[in-house]
Design a protein around this ligand. Sequence first.
Ligand code: NAD
Length: 496
Amino acid sequence: MATIGHWINGRNTGGNSTRRAPVYQPATGRQLHDVLLASVQDVDTAVGVAAAAFPQWSQSSLSERTRILFNFRELVNAHSEEIAEIVSHEHGKVLSDAAGEVQRGLEVIEFACGIPQLLKGTYSDQASAGVDVFSFREPLGVVAGITPFNFPAMVPMWMHPIAIACGNTFVLKPSERDPSSAGYVAGLWQRAGLPDGVFNVVHGDKVAVDAILDHPGIAAVSFVGSTPIARHVHQRATAAGKRVQALGGAKNHAVVLPDADPGFAAEHLIASAFGSAGERCMAISAAVLVGESDRLVDLLAFKAATIKVGPGHDPASRMGPVITAAAKERIENLISVGERQGATVAADGRGLKIPGYEDGFFVGPTVLDQVTPAMDVYREEIFGPVLSVLRVADVDAAIEMINRNPYGNGTAVFTGSGEAARRFQRGVHVGMIGVNVPIPVPMAYHSFGGWKDSLFGQSPIYGPEGVAFYTRSKVVTQRWPSSAASSEASLYFPTG
Ligand code: NAD
């Protein structure tokens, strides 16, 4: 059985790691390999290497960086199928969905290819008599990324292409549950011409994460994962003086108003609740139906029950397994708790067995009707294929429900009314809003981020905010006095 090692200074290494974790194939339940878990010293080695690479990389020309980024873009594009296969194998999601994840990551790389344009500063000619003012942005130093299991290729690509394009060096700590794509992508960076030491990968768990948060050589930390860990990362890394963006979990509501097309709404609700087995931070997990809705619930239950569940590599599968046996148990248990607390199970995914894959971590699409905000299935982020249906009287009650929820990542409204959509988009305390679009993930040239318990720190991720996060500005006020000019200076603020 292979052991996945770290990638430090352009090569695979075991470092000092003595601990390991098993990596499973969720479709079969079999262990695929082990991954090393970094020690504090391994993290220190990676940071040291990244720090040593920083002076030269931060001084590289924009042309050189752009050339390497374009090479990297070409390589990721050429190898997107291999990356998708690695992701699907370890994560479980269907291949077409894994390919979509690579595509979204690729779009961030393409955005970063425009770095000369993105790093253009500002210039004010003749701000005062004979005085010009200009600003430009510089990289921070060594920056780190800590990422979740659910998008093992895409979420790291929300970070490293932009951080590196800005002139930083990078240490990635991927999820230990599906770690292999990180090393593969590291190899592509090297082939693209990135100097060794600029991009490094340390695998690990809490030990590695906390070593990153405490390390004095790291200037900034980008984190994406669950809310409790995001809060911990934000507090600990901020206390250590770092710049931090920590994106957390979610409970995303989709509101269906009576004037929405029920067929369109049901189709999109199903896709957004059960795509990637509900393991998306932008998955719709709460459908909030306004008005008489029994027919829509019947439609949702029918569509959920007909989704073909199976291993990710089978082109017939529309939904794969969840990530671990523990996740399967937790999700099925939460469905049972929901039933005990009064929800109606309109489609039941518990106890699903896929022929030939009896030990896989499969949970079928589940629809729970008559859910209330007091129930555990509503209060917890289930992160599995479970859609809870709640009912309210009108759009204002829906907005109020969304605003009482502690999360504020994404939300959507299905309606034919521009007036209602506008009231909704202005009223909800949520960072990303879809109007007849169930998963409103911003494109790479916008930025991604929720509100409230879905984001700690000020900064959304990627896009223009990503460039701002990975750089800091200098403002220069400059005068070149002519030899004929008076050298007299006044003791008060000049007013001209
Ligand atoms: P997680 O919080 O368990 O793990 C994320 C990272 O933190 C991993 O690298 C992990 O090794 C590390 N980690 C785990 N426990 C830790 C601890 N006690 N101390 C320090 N580090 C620790 O999240 P996950 O289960 O891998 O991913 C799913 C979660 O991520 C969901 O809550 C989902 O909503 C969220 N997510 C959010 C976004 C977003 O953009 N807001 C995107 C994707 C996923």
